[in-house]
Design a protein around this ligand. Structure first.
Ligand code: PLP
Length: 395
């Protein structure tokens, strides 16, 4: 008897590498104790939410006896929050953004699914620079779309504009970008993005359809060198920005994000209406009330960037001491160093034998590398040094 769809059966059989590491970590911690396992496998922020979150929650508790405080709301979210957020996004995008173009979602993940539901026809293609956040493949696939990963330049992970240009077809519907990037820590420059904008413009003309840019930005605030984050709406008229409060407010379990639609194209109103409808019909109905009320009071708050900077520097020292080659991440909380052998899984296994948990780059469409998330305590990073050194000696 068949209890799940054939596709799900297939997906279940190929359980993800991150998940395998997660399970290995639980076993090792049971055996050796939490302090003796160095787990860099997950991008789950460990910092507590910033201080402004507590009074916002206390206010909510005080108001919780009132009717509808936690009730249904318009599908796009609380109007006063959308107004406030639209002003915030306008500053980042350097243009006026109407509140009608801002839709609150269940995290960035919910936002991307809503966007694909609203725009993809079965068989449509979504181009994505690799290495990339693996869930994008599932998100496009949920609506009959196909992710088309395009490898970035070796080691620097600069966009390979020639390879990207060659990937456009009459079925291309969108390009999904993630900067600062998970897993590479790269921030795309204005020159790279302008190059991509010219390619998209030419492809739109050639194929006669709008090709969207989806700028997925959960790590926008983790920008260690204050690098320019060029405004998406200015560079790409057919675009959306997808944001999240999972990382900057450490509220990943509260599932809050948003989609902001560029005001710079004539279909923006129709797209916004479709996105709001999809929020409803995908079953989210609206983004969580508690998280939206927290955000109303905490829009300018964020976790301490300096803590992440200190961890980044500690991890850089550990990798350098072990003789591992890497590019210093300019943003997000991941290193994507080179494996000393082409088979990244072999090196990840050697690290696992030293109780150091990382994820093979092949799990992100970047074989020959590995990902180490530094959203863990500096002490863990420092204590992992011996394990990295010993694993390197094996090669
Ligand atoms: N996009 C990227 C690149 C991510 O790394 C993540 C989470 O790790 C998400 C989206 C999903 O974020 P959220 O928790 O807001 O759904």
């Amino acid at each position: 008897m068949q209890f799940v769809s054939k596709q799900m059966k297939h997906f279940l059989a190929g359980s993800s590498m991150i998940r395998k590491m997660f399970e290995a970590g639980i076993e090792l911690k049971k055996q050796y104790g939490d302090d003796n396992v160095y787990d860099f496998s997950l991008g789950n922020p460990d910092l507590p939410p910033p201080p402004a979150v507590r009074p916002a929650l206390e206010k909510l508790v005080a108001d919780s006896g009132k009717p509808f405080v936690l009730g249904y709301m318009p599908n796009a979210g609380y109007p006063e929050l959308r107004e406030k957020l639209a002003l915030h996004i306008a500053k980042e995008q350097n243009c006026t953004v109407p509140a009608a173009n801002v839709i609150m979602t269940c995290g960035a993940a919910g936002g991307i699914n809503v966007f694909f539901r609203a725009t993809l026809e079965p068989g449509d293609e979504v181009i994505c620079p690799a290495p990339y956040f693996v869930e994008y493949g599932s998100y496009a696939g949920n609506f009959g779309g196909k992710l088309v990963p395009v490898m970035s330049k070796d080691f620097t992970f600069e966009l390979d504009l020639d390879a990207l240009e060659a990937a456009f077809t009459p079925r291309t519907r969108a390009v999904i970008l993630n900067s600062p990037n998970n897993p590479t820590g790269r921030i795309y420059t204005r020159a790279e993005l302008s190059g991509l904008a010219a390619i998209i413009q030419a492809a739109e003309k050639k194929f006669g359809r709008a090709i969207y840019v989806v700028s997925d930005e959960p790590y926008r605030f983790l920008n260690f060198e204050n690098a320019e984050l060029p405004p998406t709406f200015e560079l790409f008229p057919h675009s959306v920005v997808i944001g999240s409060y999972s990382k900057n407010l450490s509220l990943a379990g509260e599932r809050l994000g948003y989609i902001a639609v560029s005001p710079n194209f004539e279909g923006a109103g129709e797209l916004s209406s479709a996105l709001i409808l999809c929020n409803r019909i995908l079953g989210f109905v609206n983004a969580p009330a508690v998280a939206q009320r927290i955000l109303l009071d905490c829009m300018d708050a964020q976790v301490d960037l300096e803590i992440y900077r200190a961890r980044r520097d500690a991890m850089a020292r550990v990798l350098t001491d072990a003789g591992i080659e890497f590019n210093m991440p300019r943003g997000a909380f991941y290193f994507f160093p080179k494996s000393p052998v082409p088979d990244d899984k072999r090196f990840v296994q050697a690290l696992l034998e030293e109780r150091v948990l990382v994820v093979p780059g092949s799990g992100f469409g970047g074989p020959g590398y590995f990902r180490a998330a530094f959203c863990v305590d500096t002490g863990v990073i420092e204590r992992s040094a011996e394990g990295f050194r010993r694993a390197m000696k094996k090669f």
